[in-house]
Design a protein around this ligand. Structure first.
Ligand code: VGL
Ligand code: ZN
Length: 191
């Protein structure tokens, strides 16, 4: 069993948001196309309280219940089977989806027989990185879809370095094109 995992594709991480990731919105059509090819589609949301130590490092973003914390409007959110809320405390960053507090991600994956995780979303150098490294530690075969992620790049090259770090830790880097050509697309499945 394999699952598509969408990290933090939220308004505040897209152009015009409070903590915009360059080209953050460009992952949306790629992720939408991939959704039809997975039996299980999971997503995380960065979901911060209004006061948190996290906002000493970052401009306030993805505050619980605000429009900035909603999924990008073009993301086919109706296809998401389960959302994992992370960064919900006020004393830590909560970058990894494995730190979700509404639902335990590792247990959820084991309960659903998931062995392979295909990770997409924002941002390559923070929450994607932390989620992928935790997934590998938890023993899941973990793929990063390289054209379905974007980096903050606080320092130039952070995104590339994060990809290399994930690869060294055991992640498999693939493009959406490789995935879509590898598995025969069901006729008419991409609505
Ligand atoms: C993230 C910075 C701060 C992320 C979250 O989703 O990658 N980055 N909070
Ligand atoms: Zn955050």
């Amino acid at each position: 069993m394999k699952a598509l995992f969408i990290v933090d594709v939220q308004n505040d991480f897209c152009p015009g948001g409070a903590l915009p990731v360059p080209e953050g919105d460009q992952v949306v059509p790629v992720i939408n196309r991939l959704m039809d090819h997975f039996p299980l589609v999971l997503a995380s949301k960065d979901w911060h309280p209004s006061e948190t130590v996290h906002f000493q490092k970052w401009p306030p973003h993805c505050v619980q219940g605000t429009p900035g914390a909603e999924f990008h409007p073009a993301l086919r959110a109706d296809r998401i089977d389960q959302v994992f809320l992370k960064g919900t405390g006020n004393r830590d960053d909560g970058y990894s989806a494995f730190e979700a507090t509404n639902e335990n991600l590792a247990e959820y994956l084991r309960r659903h027989g998931v062995e392979e995780l295909y990770v997409t979303g924002l941002a390559t150098d923070y929450c994607v990185r932390a989620t992928v490294l935790d997934a590998l530690r938890e023993g899941f075969r973990t793929y990063v879809v390289t054209d379905a992620v974007r980096a903050v790049n606080v320092s130039p090259g952070d995104g590339e370095r994060a990809l290399e770090e994930m690869r060294r830790a055991g992640a498999i880097l693939v493009t959406s094109e490789e995935l879509l050509s590898a598995q025969e697309a069901p006729q008419g499945a991409s609505a």
